[in-house]
Ligand binder design. Structure first.
Ligand SMILES: N[C@@H](CCC(=O)N[C@@H](CS)C(=O)NCC(=O)O)C(=O)O
Length: 262
């Protein structure tokens, strides 16, 4: 079992938490071609989008973190991460969907400034302020779904917890975590004690500590391109970062999703 991943990827973290909850052994590999224009190699062959995570299980090569999570649940049903009732299963999937699209895009946008230096001065300030404002909206939405429960699904840690964990933890890392004393803050603290999450967050912290060096590869002339796709691209545009996109096109250090233009 091999997982192509990046330790900072919230999608990869969600998958690692699920595998670890189920006690499945796996190897981790950061694809050397991630962000590079070269598209050869087994990673690109497994996922034409050239995005992590990708799970390789014998002949099965699975990309898209939600599809991977479904595969994990089918292949290793015990302990289940999805609840039993159709309504509760749908609720867990909705939490995941919102985290993967809306919340992740905000976290990504903040990192474009923090790590990838895509804006300075007033533009950076206004994008950071916008990220903070939107983070509060998303945390209020999550808090409402959590209510007073221990986990998003009630008594048992599950699907929605695995999906929301990397998102909220990233906000905490940014200094934009849930308000002290809130139910969401207590949930984050509880979560951070689970072995599956401890391991996954430790990998995140180690990678975040060297991120400034990695970012140089994505500077103009560095040879790597950041992927500006769907929700992330929308975040940049709606939050006031249109100039960042046009500058990235001029510098040729952003890319859109597959298939690549000629
Ligand atoms: N919808 C995909 C999104 C995966 C994704 O965007 N992964 C990012 C890392 S967080 C990536 O690999 N980007 C490719 C790149 O930056 O070149 C999923 O859920 O797996």
């Amino acid at each position: 079992m091999l997982l192509y991943e990046h330790p900072l990827s919230s999608y990869a973290q969600k998958v690692k938490i699920a595998l670890r909850e189920k006690g499945v052994a796996f190897d981790l590999e950061l694809p050397t071609s991630l962000g590079a224009s070269a598209d050869g190699g087994p990673f690109a062959a497994a996922n034409p989008r050239r995005e992590v995570p990708v799970l390789i299980d014998g002949e099965d090569r699975i990309f898209e973190s939600t599809v991977i999570l479904e595969y994990i649940e089918d292949r290793w049903p015990t302990p289940p991460l999805l609840p039993k009732s159709p309504g509760a299963r749908a609720a867990a999937r909705i939490t995941e969907e919102v985290c993967d699209t809306h919340y992740e895009a905000v976290n990504w946008g903040f990192a474009e400034i923090l790590w990838f230096n895509r804006a300075t001065g007033e533009l950076a300030d206004s994008l950071r302020a916008e990220a903070l404002r939107q983070t509060k909206v998303l945390q209020a939405w999550l808090q409402d779904r959590l209510g007073e429960a221990t986990w998003f699904g009630g008594e048992t840690f599950g699907w929605a917890d695995a999906a929301a964990a990397p998102m909220v933890n990233r906000s905490v890392y940014y200094g934009m975590g849930p308000a002290e004393g809130s139910a969401l803050a207590s949930w984050h603290r509880r979560l951070s004690e689970r072995p599956s999450v401890v391991a996954t967050f430790a990998e995140f912290d180690a990678a975040a500590a060297v991120m400034k060096d990695v970012a140089a590869l994505y500077a103009p002339g560095g040879g790597r391109k950041r992927e500006y796709r769907d929700h992330r691209l929308e975040w940049m545009l709606k939050s006031g970062g249109l100039d960042i996109v046009t500058q990235g096109l001029r510098d040729d250090n952003i890319r859109f999703s597959w298939p690549d233009p000629a």
